[in-house]
Design a binder for this molecule. Structure first.
Ligand SMILES: Cc1cc2nc3c(=O)[nH]c(=O)nc-3n(C[C@H](O)[C@H](O)[C@H](O)COP(=O)(O)OP(=O)(O)OC[C@H]3O[C@@H](n4cnc5c(N)ncnc54)[C@H](O)[C@@H]3O)c2cc1C
Length: 503
């Protein structure tokens, strides 16, 4: 792919051209009125979407029709029916909204490299706009589409519609930690955290034959995924439900700062499934929350919570994209810092007090009732509380035969059961827990080496563990003991508050 050449991206009014980069070197044809295509992938929404806004404005400049294409692959990483169901229901909403705006939506079954060029040919399109994911497989899709379009002399422009500060503008390298990227995101935030132009009814129609009703049933039948992991009832897919969740969170905002590390409190936003599928934009969430936090009537709790939310939903989230964008080994021990790889190697042969198989972990059959409860929460509800995700992954490191095996298990379970799995945040969360990504070295101990440790006693000091466990019947397997006493686990005062002291 060609480098980031923002300056040669065709400008449109209302979209900061730094959000865009060219993926091939084809120039736009002068005065063409042929259709513009937005190939939608990561950002599955019809409003608050910079890639769609860019595509529509470009089409309007040229009095050209606009089409949206989505390519549904029958299998994606470890996603199951649970995640596909969420995706497809969200897409139905997107299609309906676009159709009400006279923007045809094409659901294609298969790989983008096969389908996007075919739609380009069918429509005689002049340009393809796509969104951006830093993950390996979607990056390959974008590269393949760009190369195939190069041969057809069709330019491809990519827009980072997921991050508030575009990943390539925030930093040109892999950042060490939140402390090194924070300034790079917060300083230019004023120029990026702006209101979105709306996507309006499109006035220019395609003259040829195109519209067949979308075969949603055929799409469902085309899937080749594990159907034993069922959709969850408690999290409703689609942009409307995502926006309702945002409004609900705004009512509870003041509690976020103080209570977000307590799994018994309903203090988190719960927005990650909609954010992951792009059904809601992180920029919209930040604008909405900031309106409350910066209002004259804002309470101290709301002000602090607004800051904390911006930190999590922009700085930490965009740090994850930065890691995956610049580190091709974002899901492997080899992607970790040298010190972390070394310390895990030094302790590879340490005796593990408990060793579990992947199946025992999946079925929540460990001696630790808190861990089992967290696992059951994920399996049953499609989402584990953010604080427990750290404890959960650290214990997998402690109870697995090797760090690589631990990392693979974390990613496999996370991607299989979490609605928000297969996300840069997930890879970075697992890498932070198992191999110290974005963290520093701590006091050396068995198995973990210098990787930060978390224990049951530390959790007990933070929240009512028994109260949480009681919500998940079955968390204590028959005949199992409760988690070992803190003394036996050599709990150290240092571990206290470990999780929220992240750099
Ligand atoms: C082992 C492990 C696995 C994880 N897996 C995932 C995953 O698959 N998908 C996922 O989106 N997040 C993952 N996270 C990060 C974090 O736990 C979740 O984003 C958060 O719990 C989602 O709940 P929420 O939307 O209520 O969060 P809130 O606290 O309300 O935060 C709002 C948004 O900010 C972002 N955010 C919050 N915490 C973090 C963080 N630590 N790092 C990066 N971004 C953050 C998310 O987009 C989140 O939706 C993982 C963390 C760990 C330690």
């Amino acid at each position: 792919m060609s480098a980031n050449v923002a300056s040669s991206v065709p400008p449109v009014q209302g979209v900061d051209v730094r959000r865009c980069r060219r993926l091939n070197s084809v120039e736009m044809k002068k005065d063409s009125r042929a259709p513009v295509i937005y190939w939608m992938s990561r950002d599955q929404r019809s409003q608050d979407n910079w890639a769609l806004i860019y595509a529509q404005r470009l089409a309007l400049q040229r009095s050209a029709p606009l089409h949206v294409v989505f390519c549904l692959v029958p299998k994606f990483l470890d996603a199951t029916l649970r995640q596909y169901d969420f995706l497809l229901k969200g897409l139905r909403e997107v299609a309906a909204d676009l159709e009400s705006k006279q923007i045809p939506f094409h659901l294609q079954l298969g790989k983008a490299a096969d389908k996007v060029p075919a739609v380009v040919d069918q429509l005689g399109a002049q340009m393809v706009v796509c969104d951006m994911s830093p993950l390996r497989v979607p990056s390959e899709w974008a590269r393949d589409v760009a190369n195939l379009c190069q041969a057809k002399e069709v330019p491809v422009v990519q827009v980072d519609a997921h991050n508030v500060v575009p990943v390539w503008a925030a930093s040109d390298k892999q950042e060490t930690a939140a402390r090194t990227i924070r300034k790079k995101i917060m300083q230019p935030l004023g120029t990026y955290l702006t209101e979105f132009p709306s996507v309006d009814r499109h006035p220019h129609k395609f003259k040829g034959e195109i519209s067949q009703p979308i075969d949603w049933e055929g799409a469902e039948n085309s899937l080749q995924v594990d159907t034993s992991v069922r959709p969850v009832a408690g999290i409703v897919p689609g942009a409307a439900a995502g926006h309702a969740a945002l409004e609900n969170f705004c009512k509870r905002l003041s509690r976020y700062d103080e209570h977000r590390n307590n799994p018994n409190e309903n203090a988190l936003s719960g927005l990650s499934p909609w954010l992951h599928f792009g059904q809601i934009s992180a920029q919209r969430c930040a604008l909405r929350v900031r309106r409350i936090g910066e209002a004259k009537s804002a309470t101290a709790g709301e002000k602090k919570s607004c800051e904390a939310f911006i930190e999590e939903s922009i700085v930490r989230r965009e740090l994850s994209d930065n890691f995956c964008f610049y580190n091709a080994r974002y899901d492997s021990l080899e992607g970790a810092a040298g010190w972390a790889q070394q310390t895990l190697k030094d302790h590879a042969k340490d005796k593990r007090e408990h060793l579990y198989s992947r199946e025992e972990l999946e079925n929540a059959k460990t001696h630790d009732d808190l861990w089992n409860a967290a696992q059951l929460q994920m399996v049953r509800e499609g989402k584990m509380h953010g604080f427990l995700r750290m404890y959960w992954a650290k214990k997998i490191l402690e109870w697995s035969p090797s760090p690589q095996e631990a990392l693979d298990r974390c990613i496999w379970l996370n991607d299989r059961y979490e609605l928000d799995g297969r996300d840069p945040n997930g890879y970075v969360g697992c890498m932070w827990s198992v191999c110290g990504v974005h963290d520093m070295g701590w006091k050396e101990r068995e198995v973990f080496g210098k990787i930060r440790f978390m224990n049951y006693a530390g959790c007990k000091r933070k929240f009512d563990v028994a109260g949480f466990v009681a919500k998940f019947p079955g968390a204590v397997p028959h005949g199992a003991e409760a988690a070992p006493a803190p003394k036996k686990r050599k709990a150290k005062a240092k571990a206290k508050g470990a999780a929220d002291k992240r750099a």
